[in-house]
Write a protein that binds this ligand. Structure first.
Ligand SMILES: NC(=O)c1ccc[n+]([C@@H]2O[C@H](COP(=O)([O-])OP(=O)(O)OC[C@H]3O[C@@H](n4cnc5c(N)ncnc54)[C@H](OP(=O)(O)O)[C@@H]3O)[C@@H](O)[C@H]2O)c1
Length: 303
C-alpha cells in the first residue's frame, strides 16, 4: 500500500479494532492512541499495531503522533451528551473540535490523507444533536483542503456490537421488549465491511473529496431487528411498540442510569428519520456488504 503508517484515532473501539486488524493484515504499521491503555489491550496481539496512551486533543501530542505517519483515520464519536446549543458540549468536543484539531495538525505536519467517520443521516437540519454535530465535523474535514474521505454508516453490527448483542441480552432477562421508535428503519452494515471500505479507500485517489454511505443489502424496522436478535439468540420475546410520550419518558429514565446512559432522548430523536441509504452519496466502488442474516446468527447463537 502507498500509505503505510496510519494514525488510527478511536482505533480501540468496536469499528477501530476491525480497521486496525485489516490494516495490519495489509502490512501497514498502525498507531492507536487511547485515553486508557487497558481499553486497547486486545490490539497488542497485532504485530504492527502500537498502542499509546495519549491526549489527542493536545496539539503537541497530535503533532508528535503525526510525525511518524502518512495518513490519519479518525473514528472518535460519542452517543450521548448533555443538551446544549446548537448541541451538547460532549458532541461539540468529540465530533467538531477534534476533527478541527486533527486537520490543523495534518497541515502542520504535511499529512495529506485523512479518512473520517461520520454517520448516516448526518445533516445540519437532522432531528438529533448527534447527527447535526456529526455533519458539522464532516464539513470541517471536507473543507480542509486535505485529501479527505468521509464515511457514513447506518448502524453497524458484528460480534462485539452493542446493538444486536444488547437486544439479545435484554431478551434473555425480560419477558417482553418495550420499544420506542419501533417502526424506525435501518440498513445495518457488517463491521468487517465497514473496515474494508476504509482500507480500500486509503490509497484510492478517486475517493479524495468524497463521501460514501455504508449500508447493508437489506432494510429492517427496529422492531424486526429486535425480533431477529431474539430469534438468533434463542430467546424471542414479544416486542411492544411504545407510544411516543412513553418512549420519551423511558429514554429520560435510561439517560439517568448509573454507569452511563443506555439510551437517550437524543437517540430517540435520531430515529425520527429513517437510517437508510439516501442516494445523495454513493456506496464505495467494488464493495459488496454482507447480509445480516449471513453473519449475525453466528455470533448471537447461544453457546
Ligand atoms: N457503531 C455504530 O453502529 C456506528 C454507526 C454509525 C457511525 N458510527 C461512528 O463510528 C465511530 C466509531 O464507533 P464505535 O462503535 O467503534 O465506537 P466505540 O466502540 O465507542 O469506540 C469509540 C472510540 O473513540 C474513542 N473516544 C471516544 N470518546 C473520546 C474522547 N472524548 N476523546 C478521545 N477518544 C475518544 C475511544 O477511545 P478510548 O480508547 O480513549 O476510549 C474509542 O476508541 C464513531 O464516530 C461513531 O459515531 C458508529
Amino acid at each position: 500500500m502507498r500509505h503505510r503508517s496510519i494514525l488510527l484515532i478511536g482505533g480501540s473501539g468496536f469499528i477501530g479494532t476491525r480497521i486496525a486488524s485489516q490494516l495490519a493484515a495489509a502490512g501497514c504499521s498502525v498507531i492507536v492512541p487511547t485515553r486508557r491503555q487497558a481499553r486497547a489491550r486486545h490490539l497488542l496481539v497485532l504485530p504492527t499495531v502500537q498502542v499509546v496512551e495519549a491526549d489527542v486533543f493536545d496539539p503537541a501530542t497530535l503533532d508528535a503522533l503525526l510525525q511518524r505517519c502518512d495518513a490519519v483515520i479518525n473514528l472518535v464519536g460519542v452517543l450521548h451528551s448533555r443538551p446544549g446549543q446548537p448541541w451538547g458540549s460532549a458532541f461539540e468536543r468529540a465530533h467538531v473540535e477534534l476533527p478541527r484539531r486533527i486537520v490543523q495538525a495534518c497541515r502542520r505536519q504535511h499529512v495529506r490523507r485523512v479518512l473520517h467517520m461520520c454517520a448516516l443521516g448526518a445533516a445540519p437540519d437532522a432531528p438529533s444533536m448527534y447527527q447535526r454535530s456529526k455533519a458539522a465535523g464532516e464539513q470541517v474535514v471536507l473543507n480542509s483542503g486535505l485529501d479527505a474521505t468521509s464515511f457514513r454508516p447506518s448502524v453497524v453490527f458484528g460480534p462485539d456490537d452493542k446493538f444486536l448483542n444488547l437486544f439479545a441480552q435484554l431478551q434473555q432477562l425480560a419477558p417482553a421488549m418495550a420499544l420506542g421508535g419501533a417502526d424506525a428503519r435501518f440498513q445495518p452494515v457488517f463491521v468487517g465491511d465497514v473496515a474494508e471500505a476504509f482500507v480500500q479507500a486509503l490509497d484510492e485517489r478517486d475517493a479524495f473529496g468524497r463521501v460514501y454511505e455504508l449500508v447493508g443489502p437489506h432494510v429492517y424496522t427496529l422492531r424486526e431487528l429486535v425480533r431477529l436478535a431474539g430469534v438468533y439468540s434463542g430467546h424471542p420475546r414479544p416486542v411492544l411498540a411504545l407510544p411516543d410520550a412513553i418512549a420519551r419518558l423511558q429514554a429520560f429514565l435510561l439517560e439517568h442510569l448509573p454507569g452511563g446512559p443506555l439510551m437517550s432522548r437524543d437517540n430517540l430523536d435520531s430515529m425520527k428519520a429513517d437510517n437508510v441509504a439516501s442516494g445523495r452519496y454513493p456506496l464505495p466502488p467494488h464493495w459488496h456488504p454482507q447480509a445480516l442474516e449471513a453473519v449475525a446468527p453466528g455470533y448471537l447463537a447461544p453457546r
